[in-house]
Design a protein around this ligand. Structure first.
Ligand SMILES: [Zn+2]
Length: 345
């Protein structure tokens, strides 16, 4: 399997995020991608290629123009107001307030974000445009006939919606790829999100559509971030009704419970008969993850890859979360190796 990777991810290198009531060093760090790339090379997974530049057009197919322009200009506005250090929001509109976009940069950050864990830095724009290109270049490999491809995206994307960022995510790389596949003429694409956290952005983007099936297996939002989406009764709206599946699991879930949820996900996915599958590949389900509470082990990720291969469809793996940095390469690449082994059989 080929891997698409760009060094540009290094430009997203936040200093601090607000977590557990403290400003802590960012869990979402450049070393994450380094560990995965090192493992890809160590096991000789396949060629590592640079992305092509697709421009901002495909990003604007899933993100609103005002949001894209906000991200493009946010750093400069912040520096003008405060100086050259990372930008974090302070407050959010809740029930009873209005959502008119403020003029001041601090208000704009609040307007377009949903957490204080996702700093906008000097290099954010460079990193996120490169990550979208990494996803699109992986999709191009499928179009050329590859049965699987790995887009080593960083920062991740699945929490980012049509006009909001958060959860370390700015552009929704998986959604950009899924939309590009539809725009190239596909009638049906499935997005399978195996990150520990609910793929709220992906669900929001496609919620009223039937041409992109979204499935997410994640920690129950009653217990876990992002808290306000990902309940089992969310199945789509309008034309999208029945084309979105949420499989929340409780804290402490290990492979036995996870395997059953993944089997249910694959049954739904296969019945949909997609022309391609996009996997939002987060491995923060690992027992050693510092911010998560599932108990998957190294060998479970091989099994996960084997189960995903049952679709028999071209599959693009898009990197999402995973914060046990030293184990990240083994876990992410185990999914890819499990997939390859099953496809070759
Ligand atoms: Zn996650």
């Amino acid at each position: 399997m080929k891997t698409v990777y760009s060094d540009e991810h290094r430009h997203q290198d936040g200093k601090a995020e607000l977590i557990d009531g403290k400003l802590m060093p960012c869990f979402e760090m450049p070393r994450r991608a380094d560990m995965i790339l090192a493992r890809v090379k160590e096991v000789k997974l396949g060629e590592v290629i640079e992305p092509d530049d697709f421009g901002i057009g495909p990003v604007k197919r899933v993100h609103k123009a005002n949001f894209v322009e906000f991200l493009r200009g946010a750093w400069d506005l912040w520096v003008k107001q405060h100086g050259a250090y990372d930008a974090l929001p302070l407050n959010w509109a809740t029930r009873g307030m209005r959502t008119i976009e403020p003029e001041a940069i601090d208000g704009k950050l609040s307007h377009y974000s949903f957490d204080a864990g996702t700093p906008i830095t000097a290099g954010t724009w460079r990193a996120i445009t490169a990550a979208a290109n990494v996803a699109l270049s992986g999709l191009a490999l499928l179009a050329k006939g590859e049965s699987g491809a790995f887009s080593l995206c960083r920062p991740p994307g699945h929490h980012a919606g049509s006009d909001f960022y958060g959860g370390y995510c700015f552009f929704n790389n998986a959604a950009v790829a899924a939309q590009a596949f539809i725009d190239a003429g596909a009638r049906r694409v499935a997005v399978l999100d195996v990150d520990y956290h609910h793929g709220n952005g992906t669900q929001e983007i496609f919620y009223e559509r039937s041409d992109v099936l979204t499935i997410s297996i994640h920690a129950d939002p009653k217990q876990e971030f992002p808290y306000f989406l990902g309940h089992a009764d969310e199945a789509g709206a309008g034309k999208g009704t029945g084309f979105h599946l949420n499989l929340p699991l409780r804290w402490g879930s290990a492979w036995d419970k996870y395997e059953a949820a993944l089997a249910a996900a694959m049954t739904k996915l296969i019945a949909y008969e997609p022309e391609a599958v996009v996997v939002s590949l987060g491995v923060d389900t690992f027992e050693g993850d510092p911010i998560s509470k599932f108990r998957l082990r190294h060998e479970d990720y091989l099994r996960m890859g084997q189960a995903i291969a049952k679709s028999g469809k071209p599959t693009l793996f898009v990197m999402e979360g995973g914060y046990a940095v030293e184990a990240l390469g083994i876990n992410a690449v185990n999914v890819l190796m499990g997939y390859e082994q099953a496809v070759r059989r």
